[in-house]
Design a protein around this ligand. Structure first.
Ligand code: CP
Length: 335
C-alpha cells in the first residue's frame, strides 16, 4: 500500500466526516473506522501547512469555547490542545482542578455542568478513571474530547503517533511497529494498537511479563518478552514510560534491571532497520527506557511528535465543530 492508497476518495471522506459529526465526541480509537482515522490524518496534513505561515490562525472555531479540564497533570496534551484551539480562533479556558471547587468535593458531573452553563462547546478532559470522558459525554451537551483516561485510551496521542509514522514512512501496510515497555498501564499503547492495526501495520508489544496482559493477544498484536528479538528489523520503535504513579505493586525488580533488559540504547538500535524511527509519547525517563543518545539522536522523532500533536488536535476540533452546530470553513490548502 502506497501513500496514494492512504488518500480517501471524496465519497469516503464525506462519509467519514459525517460519521465523526454524528459521533459528536472523540472518546477512543477502538470505535473509530479506518476511514475516520485516515480523514483525521489527512486533515492534520492540511493544518500542518498552516504552521509555515507567518499568521498561524484560521477562523474555524471563532465564537466557540474550548475548556481544558485536566484532573491529571500534563505538559504536551494540555498545551497543544490550547494552542490548537487558539489557532482555530476559539476562546480557551484552562480549568485548574487544584484551585477549583473540586477540592471542596464538587463532583465531576457538577463541575462539567457548571462549565457548560458558562457556554463551553468543547470539553477536553483528562482523568485518572478509565471511562470518565464517556460518562460525561452521556450527560452533557458539549463535545467531549478524551485527553487520556486512566489506562483506557489517549486517542489524540494515538492519532499523532500514526500521523508521524505516515509522514516519515509514507505507509502503514507491512510496517513492523514495536511498542515497548509498560503496556499494562498505557492508554497510549491501547490507542496506538487500535489505530495502527486498522491502518495495516504489524504491531509487536514487548516488555516484562508483568507489564503485558495476555488479553492483548486478542487485539491482533504479537507479544514478546525479549527486546532484542522483538526489535529485529523494526521500522518503528515506540517507547513507553514506566508509569511509577500507576504501579500498585512492584511489577519488576528494579529500574536497574529494567534498564538492562529493556532500554533502547545505541547498541540495541543496530538490531532494527537502519532507517528505524524512534518514538516516545513523553514525558521521557531519560536513561531508563531510552538512552540519552537515542532520545536526542538522528532516528528520534520525539520533537516532531509534539509538533504534530498541535496539528492533530486542530484537525480533531475542526472535524467535530459540525457537531456543535456550525458550518465548517475549509482552511486554505485543505486537501
Ligand atoms: N504524551 C502525553 O500525554 O504527555 P503529557 O502527559 O505531557 O500530556
Amino acid at each position: 500500500m502506497s501513500e496514494q492508497d492512504l488518500m480517501l476518495t471524496d465519497e469516503e471522506a464525506r462519509d467519514a466526516a459525517q460519521s465523526i459529526v454524528r459521533r459528536k465526541h472523540l472518546l477512543g480509537l477502538e470505535e473509530m473506522s479506518r476511514e475516520e482515522i485516515l480523514l483525521i490524518l489527512q486533515t492534520t496534513r492540511s493544518f500542518k501547512q498552516i504552521f509555515t505561515r507567518s499568521v498561524k490562525k484560521v477562523p474555524t472555531l471563532r465564537g466557540k469555547t474550548v475548556v481544558n479540564l485536566f484532573f491529571e497533570n500534563s505538559t504536551r496534551t494540555r498545551t497543544s490542545f490550547e494552542l490548537a484551539a487558539k489557532r482555530l480562533s476559539a476562546d480557551v479556558v484552562n480549568f485548574a482542578v487544584s484551585t477549583s471547587s473540586v477540592t471542596k468535593g464538587e463532583t465531576l458531573l457538577d463541575t462539567a455542568r457548571t462549565i457548560e452553563a458558562m457556554g463551553a462547546d468543547f470539553i477536553v478532559m483528562r482523568h485518572r478513571a478509565s471511562g470518565a470522558p464517556w460518562y460525561l459525554s452521556q450527560r452533557i451537551r458539549a463535545s467531549v474530547l478524551n485527553a487520556g483516561d486512566g489506562t483506557h485510551e489517549h486517542p489524540t496521542q494515538g492519532l499523532l503517533d500514526a500521523y508521524t509514522i505516515m509522514e516519515k514512512k509514507g505507509r502503514f501496510e507491512g510496517l513492523k511497529v514495536v511498542i515497548c515497555g509498560d503496556i499494562v498501564h498505557s492508554r497510549v499503547a491501547r490507542s496506538n494498537i487500535w489505530a495502527l492495526t486498522k491502518l495495516g501495520a504489524k504491531v509487536t508489544i514487548v516488555g516484562p511479563r508483568t507489564l503485558i496482559p495476555r488479553s492483548f493477544a486478542e487485539y491482533g498484536v504479537t507479544i514478546s518478552y525479549d527486546l532484542k528479538e522483538a526489535i529485529r528489523d523494526a521500522d518503528v520503535i515506540n517507547l513507553l514510560r514506566i508509569q511509577m504513579e500507576r504501579q500498585q505493586r512492584n511489577l519488576f525488580p528494579s529500574i536497574r534491571e529494567y534498564r538492562l533488559l529493556y532500554q533502547i540504547n545505541e547498541q540495541r538500535l543496530n538490531l532494527a532497520r537502519p532507517d528505524v524511527l524512534i518514538m516516545h509519547p513523553g514525558p521521557i525517563n531519560r536513561g531508563v527506557e531510552i538512552s540519552q543518545g537515542v532520545a536526542d539522536g538522528p532516528a528520534s522523532a520525539i520533537n516532531e511528535q509534539v509538533t504534530n500533536g498541535v496539528a492533530v488536535r486542530m484537525a480533531a476540533l475542526y472535524l467535530l465543530v459540525g457537531a456543535t452546530g456550525v458550518e465548517q470553513e475549509v482552511p486554505e490548502g485543505e486537501a
